[in-house]
Design a protein around this ligand. Structure first.
Ligand code: ATP
Length: 611
């Protein structure tokens, strides 16, 4: 998992499980009490049976021991029911808590470490790992406690009946305990590796299913299948290792119990024939010996199940350890601190239209350096001032750092050093979510969130009216698309039900409905036709009258009439100005245009692409 603190000593697995159970301790205690009552009732039955046998030989009346026996059976059944329901309550609660904790962490985690793990891998932690945790948190732990209680109780009762014979049983219990101690740790390790393989499978599957069209078009199904099968086989082999170990542990325990019963029978027969023990005592003793089989079996199953749960708890804990966003001061969170303090004078840009600034929503980047974890800086000393109104277009070759610059503005990434300001607020003084309230963002892939079209459009502005939505949909030529959807705005939409261009327009519509001071568009016109591009362009111009629009544009039409064009190359700000100014001053800008065979003596009308 990304950004796992390597210097931190990991707590023992059992403590992780305890942390999840602790908030539900009363339920846990209740389940144990129910288990203890049931165990006590079961422990009493052999004694009641002995009294019934004694009454047959005329030593006492039959009715009282019979009534006690029936009472014990009823109590034992009721306690078992109670315990099972309580356990279900407990385990579902623990799984629910674990899933909520992970959901919360995924949504509030810092983006870079979160995105280091494949989505499918993260999903398996919420789905399959939490299910393994369910068993460990409830039946394994309570079953283990019950098993110990039953075992100790039976041994005590046996000691009361015949102290000599109990020695034989004790030897069997000690041998089994020793063998278990040797086998269990290897079960936990292989199960953890098997679960990691399941996570890897989830990640691979997710990635491949997202790219399924490319895979099919390349006729690469077989290659992908082989790779997926290899991971599935690895998981199977690791689990089989654990299964063999579990089988060894469980059969050892059962054989041990059988052997000790035979030994008790043999020793018991000798003691009965010598008159040191009555037949009824031997029968009661044997009933206890048989009863010991249950707790030992329960203990061995619980302890082996517990290993899978502990492995799952560790993987869930790794999610908990992901760093979260919040009001963390910029640059401080990655521990590097400012690396480049030299102050550069920031060139004040004057837009070609009269654009008022200084009303609190202009943006400033001063000597900003940024890098991804374990990488070299991808932005190197960016100095840029943008006003509160107007259209700023970012251009540059692929990999120049355009998207990274937007990530900094939105605080998906914190700078290594330098200063970012939004109006009068320094980024480091406010939380990431506060900063984001100023932006509406259209990302490159224009993803839809699961839900209806209405929910998608209201993602930023939850109060957008139907009227406003229809107005924006009209502007972006989406109205006819919506009208054909069953349910209109209430239709469930997904990546498969809409085209790339339609999704892109929905993302733009969502941003326009938001009415935020700064609109960020990352190649918002990449997939749309000329008419829609025109509509988006008009929307940009419209928004730029009252607010700031920052676009990453690959199409010249989005760029040429921008109030300011910022040219980036290799993470540096190479030039900035209007189209005309850059044609006169920036060889890179001219190169970018020439590479596309666009005449550099006039602004072209067509929608040529950069990058
Ligand atoms: N999540 C990431 N982790 C590590 N490196 C990254 C990450 N995202 C981008 N980079 C690197 O940062 C550099 C700048 O990438 P960025 O996406 O900002 O460029 P860009 O100008 O938007 O490119 P394009 O036009 O191709 O989208 C590239 O070298 C890229 O490999």
């Amino acid at each position: 998992m990304g950004e796992e603190p390597t210097h931190e000593v990991e707590p023992p697995r059992t403590r992780l499980l305890w942390e999840l159970i602790r908030p539900r301790l009363p339920l846990f205690a209740l389940a144990i009490v129910a288990g203890l009552i049931g165990s006590a009732a079961r422990l009493g039955t052999p004694l009641a049976t002995k009294h019934i046998l004694d009454s047959v030989s005329g030593k006492s009346g039959l009715i009282p021991p019979l009534a006690i026996l029936i009472g014990l059976v009823i109590i034992s059944a009721a306690a078992q029911w109670w315990q099972l329901v309580t356990l279900g309550n407990l385990s579902e609660g623990v799984v629910y808590d674990a899933r909520r904790r992970m959901n919360l962490r995924f949504l509030y985690a810092r983006l870079t470490p979160l995105q280091r793990s494949p989505v499918g891998e993260l999903v398996t932690r919420v789905t399959s790992d939490s299910v393994l945790l369910r068993e460990a948190a409830s039946s394994s732990v309570v079953g283990g406690v019950n098993g110990v209680v039953m075992l100790v109780g039976a041994l005590v009762m046996m000691a009361i009946l015949d102290i000599t014979l109990v020695g034989v049983t004790l030897i069997a219990v000690l041998v089994l305990t020793f063998l278990f101690g040797r086998i269990l740790p290897s079960i936990a390790k292989s199960q953890e590796r098997a679960q990691a393989a399941v996570g890897e499978l989830g990640g691979e599957l997710d990635g491949n299913l997202r790219a399924i069209k490319s895979i099919k078009a390349a006729i690469a199904e077989e290659r992908v299948r082989t790779r997926l099968d290899e991971i599935a086989a690895r998981s199977r082999d690791l689990n089989m290792f654990a299964v063999r170990r579990q089988a060894l542990a469980i059969t050892t325990s059962f054989t041990g119990v059988q052997v000790s019963i035979l030994a008790i029978l043999a020793f018991g027969a000798v003691r009965v024939s010598s008159g040191a023990m009555t037949v009824s005592t031997l029968v009661a003793f044997l009933l206890y010996a048989f009863q010991i089989g249950d707790p030992i079996g329960q203990l061995s199953t619980s302890l082996t199940q517990l290993q899978a749960g502990l492995a799952a708890a560790r993987r869930i804990r790794q999610v908990d350890a992901m760093p979260v966003e919040g009001g963390s001061p910029q640059g401080g969170s990655n521990g590097t601190g400012p690396r480049h303090r030299a102050g550069h004078p920031v060139a004040e840009w004057q837009p070609k239209r009269s654009v008022p600034t200084g009303d609190g929503s202009g943006m400033l980047l001063r000597n900003v350096f940024a890098s991804y974890p374990d990488g070299d800086p991808v932005l190197n000393g960016i100095d840029l001032r943008m006003p509160s109104r107007g259209h700023v277009a970012l251009i540059g070759p692929s990999g120049a750092g355009k998207t990274t610059l937007l990530s900094l503005l939105l605080r998906f990434l914190e700078p290594d050093s330098g200063e970012l300001r939004l109006g009068t607020h320094a980024y480091q003084d406010v939380s990431a979510s506060t900063t984001r309230t100023h932006f509406a963002y259209v990302e490159q892939e224009s993803p839809l969130i699961p839900g209806t079209l209405r929910e998608n459009l209201r993602l930023i502005n939850t109060h957008a009216t139907d009227e406003a939505m229809h107005e924006v949909l009209d502007r972006l030529s989406l109205r006819s698309v919506v009208d054909t959807l069953p349910g209109g705005l209430d239709a469930e939409v997904s990546i498969n039900s809409l085209s790339g261009g339609q999704r892109q327009r929905i993302a733009v519509a969502r941003a326009l409905l938001a009415d935020r001071p700064v609109l960020l568009l990352d190649e918002a016109t990449a997939q749309v036709d000329a008419l829609t591009e025109h509509a988006i362009h008009d929307a940009i111009v419209d928004h730029a009258r009252t607010g700031l629009v920052i676009t990453i544009a690959h199409r010249l039409s989005t760029v040429v009439d921008a109030d300011m064009i910022v040219v980036l190359q290799d993470g540096r700000l190479i030039a900035q100005g209007t189209h005309e100014e850059l044609l006169a001053s920036s060889p890179l800008y001219k190169d970018l245009l020439s590479a596309l065979r666009i005449p550099t003596d006039s602004a072209p009308e067509n929608a040529a692409e950069f990058g």
